[in-house]
Design a protein around this ligand. Structure first.
Ligand SMILES: C[S@@+](CC[C@H](N)C(=O)[O-])C[C@H]1O[C@@H](n2cnc3c(N)ncnc32)[C@H](O)[C@@H]1O
Length: 253
């Protein structure tokens, strides 16, 4: 079974098989535990490269002034802040996340950075968005979709809340193809990364889950197919850093 398989009562939580109705609680536990160290760990684990990927996401989005972005699994606000900078504060972002602790860190960061307007912080689930149909200009999700139990349902929700002509962008870990890079990447992710998580964030199991969840996420072609199945058009993707991550773009037509 892959993370995109929707036909059984169980699903993956990392490499463990768990009942579907338990996964969201387990994922919530992971992000409760990592929230305080999340931003530091992102920089440490990726050597800062996650910043380049997030900038690539905003570049491809080409935000326009006055737009309303829904950033799902928005966590500590990285995508929201970049969007607001791109539109010079003339826009609105709803940052939606299932985890209170991540949102709370994001709200503190916003205050520290003097970002007092244009941001709504909403506790909610990607699978049942608390927004009306056809209400947002753009939908982004960065490193969030692989944590969702029912990915096709989340994609249908993304389609529902986008206005016709609205844009969908997803940044997610993907599959490394070059054999030499793959060997190094596997060693780094399975051997080193959980150790770094244990030392810095004092939570090896959560970082073990993160690595395992990356391996189970569908490859870029399959994820593009899932977007088409949810109704999206003009589906395209770009591989980043040799396929370590991928950016998918799609439109509600
Ligand atoms: C790896 S973090 C990414 C945060 C941020 N987007 C970034 O790129 O830095 C994944 C986020 O997904 C959130 N998440 C997991 N499952 C979710 C769901 N079903 N609905 C909404 N958010 C979810 C987690 O709480 C966490 O904040």
């Amino acid at each position: 079974m892959t993370a995109s398989d929707n036909s059984s009562d169980s699903t993956h939580f990392g490499f463990r098989e768990v009942p579907k109705d338990e996964k969201a609680g387990l994922v919530r536990g992971v992000f409760d535990s990592v929230a305080e160290n999340y931003d530091l760990m992102n920089d440490l684990m990726s050597g800062g490269v996650h910043r380049l990927w997030k900038s690539a996401m905003i570049d491809w989005l080409m935000p326009r002034k006055g737009q309303h972005l829904l950033d799902v699994a928005g966590g500590t606000g990285d995508i929201a802040f970049r969007f607001l900078d791109a539109v010079e504060g003339d826009g609105r972002v709803t940052v939606l996340d299932i985890n209170h602790a991540m949102l709370s860190v994001g709200q503190d960061r916003a205050i520290d950075q003097g970002r007092l307007t244009g941001l709504d912080w909403v506790n909610g689930d990607a699978q049942s968005l608390p927004l009306p149909d056809k209400s947002v200009d753009a939908y982004t999700i960065a490193f969030g979709i692989r944590n969702v139990t029912d990915i096709p349902k989340a994609l249908r929700e993304a389609y529902r809340v986008l206005k016709p002509g609205g844009r969908f962008l997803c940044l997610e870990f993907s599959k490394v193809e070059a054999p030499a890079l793959k060997e190094f990447y596997d060693f780094y992710s399975f051997k080193l990364l959980p150790e770094i998580g244990g030392l810095v964030a004092k939570d090896k199991p959560s970082y073990q889950y993160l690595v395992e969840s990356i391996r189970l996420f569908p490859d870029a072609d399959r994820f593009a197919e899932m977007l088409r199945e949810a109704g999206f058009g003009q589906v395209k993707y770009r591989r980043l850093s040799g396929g370590i991550a991928a950016l998918h773009s799609a439109w509600r037509l």
